[in-house]
Design a protein around this ligand. Structure first.
Ligand code: GTP
Ligand code: MG
Length: 471
């Protein structure tokens, strides 16, 4: 017994030494995935993170920056030649121009490599010189993770599931009416397929705009360069019995399978499987503003998204990952600058509760998780204002629509998150205790001193959790 445990320790010691040697010889790469549902704040997050890592005066929460060990930071050509580069310069220019504006919506996966030259800390500091750590940041839509569930479904099962789910949705009425006019067993005719698929895609867009998060296939919403191709030209069809060869149903079934093998699988293989650290951005405030239904949808959407991080859930993915897993996952409630800082702990509690189930699973699978509330780009200032004999904690900023300055009290988030999540789960249609308003603020005009990146809230803490241990 004793012998074997000594042998074990020895082997492990040698392995560790091996790691240290290879890290010293080769420059370590951290692949950082940034995801979230549409409009959750991915592009602004990456832009501000990169800018604040290049100019680190506002990054005191990142230990290596605070200790002055980051000697240099620079952007480099990314290693993947076929992935579009994250358009950092254009996004930063939009946010920091004289008339600042938010960046445009993104339609596809993109990537950027930021390299840091870091002096080692602790014992090693005197022994070795600075080393280079590459951070490959990958921006991809959270909707694409939802597609993982499609891999386990047959076309018939998927159709039935979708048609049942959307039966009572107003925004699906047009598509469902169209379906009445279509004969699934009739011979396939491309114009019919195209019209139906277009109608289904329109439904998905409307559903997403209404705050539904179960809008798969994800690529229908973000087609990128696949727009109009057969893999995106299908829709759910009701089935009874076997459809004949060459029927519309058979052809749509074939395309559904092609979507799985030629769109979903390559994404997981080429991008998802290679991620080391992941941040999942959540616009919890936006959902709270839209009401209990949106909150419940978001909670479920998050659960579905995060099942991708639960190895074993999907046999194909487990085989692909071969035991590799995401080491750390951060759940971040974005746009916290809409709230006075006194309410930030409550927002964090909400995001913690909302992702609880999923977090427990991820932790079980060996990933370290954390939750925080943050703002990638702070667009507001705080002030107290008297109102009906009470001092209200407000935020002030420039309204996006009118361009006017306004101070604004968004409502008091409950201390106990279950006061929001409970009614949402029970299907309430409105919040009982008042409304939560979220204004859209324009980004503020910035005057940055040398060495400073854009103002943020806890972006440095997010960076410390995600990459701090490797610097
Ligand atoms: N006040 C404030 N608003 C933010 C912040 N980050 C994002 N927003 C708002 O959220 C919107 C969406 O942000 P993006 O970064 O474009 O979100 P995205 O996830 O990349 O969106 P898609 O690419 O469309 O999926 C912005 O247009 C802003 O209105 C922030 O830190 N503070
Ligand atoms: Mg984007």
């Amino acid at each position: 017994m004793v012998l074997s445990s000594i042998a074990d320790t020895l082997v492990r010691g040698v392995e560790n030494a091996g790691d240290a040697v290879s890290e010293a010889l080769f420059e370590p790469v951290i692949r950082l995935g940034v995801t979230g549902l549409a409009r959750s704040g991915k592009t602004v997050f990456i832009t501000s993170l990169v800018s604040n890592l290049l100019d680190r005066a506002r990054m005191t929460g990142l230990a290596a920056a605070q200790e002055g060990r980051i000697e240099a930071a620079y952007l480099q050509p990314q290693p993947d030649d076929t992935v579009p580069r994250f358009d950092y310069e254009t996004h930063l220019a939009a946010l920091t121009s004289d008339a600042p504006r938010w960046p445009d919506s993104t339609r596809a996966v993109s990537e950027l490599r930021l390299s840091l030259r870091v002096r080692p800390s602790g014992l090693l500091s005197g022994l070795s010189g600075p080393r280079t750590v590459h951070i490959d940041i990958v921006d991809y839509p959270g909707e694409w993770l939802l597609d993982l569930a499609l891999l386990e479904r047959s076309y018939a099962d998927w159709s039935q599931e979708v048609l049942t789910r959307i039966r009572s949705r107003d925004c699906a009425a047009g598509f469902l009416a169209h379906l009445q006019d279509v004969a699934p067993k009739a011979e396939h005719a491309e114009p019919v397929a195209q019209a139906l698929a277009r109608n289904f895609a329109d439904y998905l867009v409307a559903a997403r705009d209404q705050g539904h998060y179960d809008c798969t296939p994800g690529r229908f919403l973000l087609p990128g360069d696949l727009e109009g191709s057969p893999v995106l030209t299908f829709a759910p069809l009701p089935v009874d019995g076997l459809a004949p060869r060459k029927s519309l149903h058979r052809e749509m079934e074939r395309r559904f399978e092609a979507y799985k093998s030629q769109v979903v699988k390559p994404f997981f293989r080429d991008h998802f499987a290679r991620i080391d650290r992941q941040v999942v951005l959540v616009d919890a405030l936006g959902a709270i503003h839209r009401g209990p239904r949106a909150v419940e949808d978001l909670r479920r959407g998050m659960g579905d998204i995060l099942s991708a991080f639960r190895p074993g859930r999907n046999a194909w993915l487990s085989r692909l990952l071969l035991g590799k897993r995401v080491e750390k996952i951060l759940f971040a409630a974005t746009k916290a600058d809409h709230l006075h800082h006194s309410q930030h702990p409550r927002l964090t509690a909400i995001i913690e509760a909302m992702t609880r189930e999923a977090r427990d699973r991820a932790r079980f699978a060996g990933s370290e998780t954390a939750a925080l509330s943050m703002a990638s780009l702070r667009a507001t200032t705080e002030e107290m204002r008297a109102h009906e004999g009470r001092e209200l904690p407000c935020v002030r900023g420039q309204l996006l629509e009118s361009g006017k300055q306004a101070a604004f009290y968004p409502g008091d988030l409950p201390e106990d998150p279950s006061h929001l999540l409970g009614p949402a789960r029970d299907g309430a249609s409105e919040w009982l205790s008042g409304d939560y308003e979220v204004m859209s603020f324009a980004p503020a005009r910035l005057t940055l001193r040398p060495g400073e990146g854009p103002p943020h809230i806890r972006l440095d803490r997010a960076a410390q959790f995600l990459i701090g241990d490797r610097l």
